[in-house]
Design a protein around this ligand. Structure first.
Ligand code: NAD
Length: 483
């Protein structure tokens, strides 16, 4: 019997009223791990009611006591670290080390939430007028929710939930139906904390549950992470329903390499950026822009290193690159490679049809390198979200910046160089939310805001850091005169 997953509402595991279920499949072994309910609106409604009922008592719980739950949550996450890693690998297909990185990043967001009693402070000015004092206080707002993607099933919900509840809000997570098991385990740990019932809730499902979250009048704000088309829908729908919204979308990240870059270190970094998590990272490097004489040595070294990557099952410690998420993702990525070839790119390394012994039906795509890519080609413009690296050759730094700024996405961009002037110019001129200088994956840590620009982000306050405190609280102004 395959396990049918349940929602977590009002402090208990409850059956969904769903009639449809999505199979949750290990993408390497094809084992059916569980069935994820496609929770209907009624289930979301139940979760919102539980979260609303919990809110009044929870916001009156002293902030220091709320933070204490986060210390205990962190300890439980540390104790179960390798179990969390294993769940991520099994349902997502990434390697153990990549999953370790993900769980570590998730725990860092819990560490940040512990600082809420300090960072949630307001401010005051005495005698703003004669005998009148003015204060701005931060208050929680009610029920918040997150709608999250498959590629970081553990880390992304943890970007939001710990800070939101420590600020005094109550919470609902709606994870990806492709990877619901990570949150199931996290909620088992949250259950052990004995939080007041209804402070944290989990509703499993897809589009219908997402829509119910976006439209529900009882939810004050939504954090979304996923693809750009859905981010747009979430931004518009939430705004229409009077909610706060931060919607992090897709990406097409460029990496420029100058001839004066340390080639060995640059290539090692680019490999991690392009092929880490099989390219299924919103910060994955997707196009390398080789400037002038950097082209030949860079191309040769990339092909050499990428062809040596060991593709396999993520649970094996020797695997260097795991699967992509599903058979349909594999089909989409392979058709993008084909499209690149038809557009005139040369496949220096072609990962289509790669087979892994013992896992013949696994959804593997091998590392791929397309050379001779130009800015007009679809492979240069559209998110592939797989282990495909395109190489472009440009004559100079200014052309590199021009090409990068033509992209409709603006999540991340990196430059490899040993010249400070280029580094400064790159940071100054490139329109992307996260800039790496000699760093291939410019991922903001938990105490800094994380978000992109252009079609990679819709909203104003980013996830994490001080922006998260702003997002999860409202400012109330108090003007006092005592006669
Ligand atoms: P997705 O957009 O398909 O799904 C994300 C979430 O939205 C899931 O919970 C899904 O159930 C829900 N959803 C899907 N279609 C919907 C619809 N029409 N209406 C309402 N909800 C819907 O994304 P994915 O495939 O799970 O994740 C990969 C994408 O996420 C990539 O584009 C990647 O770049 C992006 N991503 C961005 C960031 C970032 O910080 N910018 C981080 C991680 C992933």
């Amino acid at each position: 019997m395959v396990k049918k997953l349940r929602n977590y509402i009002g402090g208990s595991w409850v059956d969904s009223t769903a009639t449809n279920f999505t199979p949750v499949v290990n993408p390497a072994t094809c084992e059916l791990l569980a069935e994820c309910p496609d929770s209907p609106r009624a289930d979301v409604d139940k979760a919102v009611k539980a979260a609303q009922e919990a809110y009044e008592e929870w916001r009156r719980t002293p902030v220091l006591s709320r933070a204490q739950y986060m210390y205990r949550f962190k300890n439980l996450l540390e104790e179960r670290f390798e179990d969390l890693v294993e769940v991520v690998v099994k349902e997502n297909g990434k390697t153990r080390d990549e999953a370790r990185g993900e769980v570590r990043r998730g725990i860092e967001s819990v560490d940040y939430a512990v600082s809420v009693p300090t960072v949630m402070r307001g401010y005051k000015v005495e005698d703003i007028s004669s005998g009148i004092d003015e204060t701005a206080e931060r208050q929680p707002m009610g029920v918040f929710a997150a709608i999250t993607p498959f590629n970081f099933p553990m880390m992304v919900p943890l970007w939001f939930l710990p800070t939101a509840i420590t600020c005094g809000n109550t919470y609902i997570v709606k994870p990806s139906p492709q990877t619901p098991l990570s949150m199931e385990l996290v909620y088992e740990l949250l259950d052990e904390l004995d939080l007041p019932e209804g402070v944290v809730n989990l509703v499993l499902g897809g589009k219908e549950a997402s829509l119910a979250v976006m439209e529900h009048p009882g939810i004050v704000g939504v954090s979304f992470v996923g693809s750009t088309p859905v981010a747009k829908i979430v931004y518009e729908t939430c705004a229409k329903h009077g909610k706060r919204v931060q919607a992090q979308g897709g990406a097409k990240n460029y990496i420029a390499v100058m001839p004066d870059a340390n080639m060995e270190a640059s290539v090692a970094n680019i490999m991690g950026s392009a092929y880490g998590c099989a390219g299924q990272r919103c910060l994955a490097g997707s196009v390398v822009v080789a400037v002038g004489d950097a082209y030949e040595p860079l191309k040769n070294e990339l092909v050499k290193r990428a062809s040596g990557l060991r593709v396999g099952y993520g649970l094996s410690e020797t695997t260097q690159m795991g699967t992509v998420i599903s058979a349909s993702a594999k089909e989409r990525i392979e058709s993008m490679i084909q499209m690149g070839v038809e557009e005139g790119a040369q496949p220096l390394l072609d990962g289509r049809g790669v087979k892994v012994e013992g896992f013949e039906n696994g959804t593997f795509v091998g590392p791929t390198i397309l050379d001779g890519v130009t800015p007009e080609m679809k492979v240069a413009r559209e998110e592939i979200f797989g282990p495909v690296l395109s190489i472009m050759h440009v004559p100079d730094f200014d052309t590199a910046v021009e090409v990068i700024n033509k992209s409709r996405y603006g999540n991340a961009a990196s430059l490899f160089t040993s010249t400070g002037k280029y580094a400064r110019e790159f940071k100054y001129r490139v329109n992307a939310g996260n800039i790496g200088i000699n760093v291939g994956v410019a991922a903001a840590t938990a105490s800094f805001p994380f978000g992109g620009q252009k079609e990679s982000f819709f909203g104003d306050l980013h996830g994490q850091g001080p922006d998260a405190i702003e997002f999860f609280t409202d400012r109330k102004i108090l003007i006092e005169r005592w006669l």
